[in-house]
Design a protein around this ligand. Structure first.
Ligand code: PGA
Length: 247
């Protein structure tokens, strides 16, 4: 695992975009595993800039997203399909037919999980998986638990996740209680993982995940076992690890 310290959010975003750009340049038909949330927005903006400058071509790139809220349609402005379209896909030349996000409106949760799992297996693991991290150490919506779930599953969101995400909704009650998420096994199948963390609210999770023991109570800690992980964390996100002298 390589941990790169960025000065701040903008620096983290630039560095992350450089790594994704290198992947797309080296492997124009790559599959990118993509993430939503506040953390990767700046990374997508930097990638869009590179595309607009003529430096990147996404025409043959495929993508798979980590998760989607159960019950939200792709047109809902808080759905992750909508997030991806508005923050990234609409601004580059990726073919939307080659982009996948779980369908939040599927009538049958089990079928949706099986269908998304089958799609991930067909694709065979992302070449590069982009991740944020929750304040509780979740990746995707793999919440603290007594186990690492391998496959796509429908998860009940942790109270802390609902509270953290309430900022995007009118009221906390509007935050969906369940989500579809790629399991840890699917994330670990990626050839390369790029995890981003910014701000003090992530400092404890960063310290526990990358400098502590491997436990399903801190789901990101499993990444210590992956052979090719790059963490780009800004100084605030590394503050507790530094205080403890482990970074
Ligand atoms: P954030 O979410 O980027 O909005 O902080 C990250 C996550 O919960 O995985």
């Amino acid at each position: 695992m390589r941990i790169i310290e960025a000065k701040n959010y903008d620096d983290m975003s630039k560095k992350a975009a450089e790594i994704i750009a290198a992947e797309v340049t080296l492997n124009p038909t790559c599959t990118l595993g993509l993430a939503t949330g506040s953390t990767p927005v700046g990374t997508y903006q930097n990638l869009i800039k590179k595309y607009e400058n003529g430096d990147l071509d996404f025409s043959q790139v495929h993508s798979v997203n980590l998760d989607e809220y159960k019950g939200l349609s792709g047109e809902h402005d808080q759905s992750y399909r909508y997030f991806m379209n508005t923050n990234f896909f609409n601004h580059v030349n990726i073919d939307k037919a080659n982009t996948s996000v779980p369908n939040g409106l599927s009538e049958d949760a089990k079928e949706e999980c099986a269908a998304y799992q089958a799609l991930l297996e067909r694709i065979g693991g992302a070449d590069l998986q982009l991740l944020g991290i929750g304040g509780n150490g979740h990746i995707g919506f793999n919440e603290p638990s007594n186990e690492f779930k391998k496959g796509v599953h429908c998860v009940q969101l942790a109270e802390s996740t609902i509270k953290a995400n309430a900022r995007f909704f009118e009221t906390e009650e509007d935050v969906p209680k369940y989500a579809y998420t790629m399991g840890i096994g699917n994330i670990m199948n990626a050839k390369m993982i790029l995890l981003l963390a910014s701000g003090e609210s992530k400092a404890q999770a960063v310290c526990d995940s990358f400098f502590g023991s491997i436990t399903p109570q801190v789901q990101a800690s499993i990444l210590q076992l992956h052979p090719n992980v790059i963490v780009i964390a800004d100084s605030d996100a590394l503050s507790i690890a530094k205080e403890k002298g482990v970074f």
